[in-house]
Design a protein around this ligand. Sequence first.
Ligand SMILES: CC(C)(COP(=O)(O)OP(=O)(O)OC[C@H]1O[C@@H](n2cnc3c(N)ncnc32)[C@H](O)[C@@H]1OP(=O)(O)O)[C@@H](O)C(=O)NCCC(=O)NCCS
Length: 189
Amino acid sequence: MSPADSPLFSTTREGDLTLDDHQAIAAMLARAFASYDHWYAGARSWAGMQPELRVVARRDDVVVAHAGLRRQFVTVGDTDLLVTAVGMVAVSPSSQGTGVGGELLRQVDAALTSLDSGFGLLETGDEVQGFYRRGGWLPVEGLTAHYTAFSADGAGVLVTQDHGWLLHEGTLTVADWPEGELHWNGQMV
Ligand SMILES: CC(C)(COP(=O)(O)OP(=O)(O)OC[C@H]1O[C@@H](n2cnc3c(N)ncnc32)[C@H](O)[C@@H]1OP(=O)(O)O)[C@@H](O)C(=O)NCCC(=O)NCCS
């Protein structure tokens, strides 16, 4: 991707998004997560916990990439920990494989720094692990975590997930990660 082809990235607080922004983000998320497009109907630009910060890339007025971030207290073992949940990370299908996702993760790094939490945290399937690891995310080996599944499909249900967790060092390092199971006590972004 040459600099001329690079989309324009911006990082925006949730409260500064307009209705048009929500609709444009939701439309891109529906294209990128086609099996879940019913989640991103109209202006509903989130699926679980609503983010507090958005990283958005646009070409002209069209959203081509997005990530959502939200600080949340979670419990790991006996420790309450402020983390930043990162989710809805996606590049529009027509722009995938061209470097936009890599740039998106660099912009997420900067957003994480601005939020000043202990760690960035997300969970993802084996097929995308390599993408995040290339972007500096680290596996949390052996972590079992409990969270409430996204509610857009219906009532919240407690889910236990024992693989696929990745962290990004923030104000704390991987050596500071506490022992024990993680309880989100709610939904993730
Ligand atoms: C995952 C996704 C965001 C990647 O975006 P992208 O624009 O295609 O990624 P890029 O082309 O910028 O690739 C960045 C780097 O990650 C690597 N990469 C991309 N997708 C990868 C994958 N699925 N597995 C392993 N590595 C991957 C690229 O090879 C590249 O490596 P390099 O820097 O050494 O060249 C995009 O494919 C997508 O939106 N998929 C659908 C939604 C999704 O699955 N989101 C993640 C949910 S947690």
